[in-house]
Ligand binder design. Sequence first.
Ligand code: 1CP
Length: 326
Amino acid sequence: MMRQAGRYLPEYRDLKKSYSFLEMIRSPELAAEVTMQPLRRFAFDAAIIFSDILVVPEALGQPFSFAEGKGVRMEFRLRTPDDLRRISPDGAAERLDYVYRALRRTREALGPETALLGFGGSPWTLAAYMIEGGSSENGAAVRAMAERGDPVLVRLLEILTEVLAGYFRRQIEAGADAIQIFDSWAPWCDGYEEWSLRWVRKIAGLLPPQVPLIFFARGRNREAAALASTGATVLSLDWETPLSQVRRALAREIALQGNLDPVALEGAPQEAADAARAVLEDMAPFPGHIFNLGHGIRPSARIESVAAVLESVKNFRKDHHAASAR
Ligand code: 1CP
């Protein structure tokens, strides 16, 4: 449920011997280096900056740590008006300066042909981490607060919305060509419009309209029309449903990103290439497809299979262009 950067690459695991994850994301030099690692091996047409969604709660005053393999721990749980006074939006976007510096470095290192993605969590997903106090099985506390319309949750969502809009604007100024919003805890949200979508829509309205906004809402492929109503330019989808099925349920103006099952990269190269081709063929009749995994790449992905998938995508495009030129 998180992205995995280059954990499938030996050069990433080497760096990991000298630095912790948090040291790497806080250092613009190391974060840029980790972002570039896969690009040196593979001709991807986009890179996503190496960071984490939890840097935003930290900038608000709620630090976090990782229990290796055991998920996230926030320094406290935010549930009462008193807890709310422990965080502050003032200067939060500025405190994330190390992310903007990492973006600037990466933007300079990438060629003009390669897009750079900035990102952040949705207000709902970040509120869930902040209220639960870290990783949680079922989001019981945040769900209960939503259920009773708790003003602490409403205020927290307002704060997160404001800070995220500033954070994304600064990421764009620092060279991000597009922004991806991760709503990883969408599955916990009853009343999705009220507790998640309307906040994402507010953020979308505060960003420059020419910059693509990619929205990933885990487990919500079937509500694609509602996701599109946020004003996102692209929906990033998991592999629960074929993209063509989502496409048919939608107006034409929104692009779809996805949705190869990341497990396919653990298999043999030929099988991985075939699985990628199936995703491409499914969407071939429609405009506006961005090929991607349906979720983050896994540390157990095989390098040869990543290469085979990339080859498959490049060949498919070539064949397809040749066919339409005829
Ligand atoms: O060394 C390690 O163990 C660190 C593993 C790791 C990595 C590589 C974490 C911890 N975060 C990341 C990077 C990351 N996370 C990126 C950068 C790009 C990339 O790696 O390719 C991005 C975009 C994220 C986003 C993220 N962080 C999400 C949303 C993504 C999604 O797919 O739904 C979430 C939920 C997180 C929180 C997070 N970060 C890390 C973990 C273990 C978790 C989940 C904790 C939990 O809920 O139990």
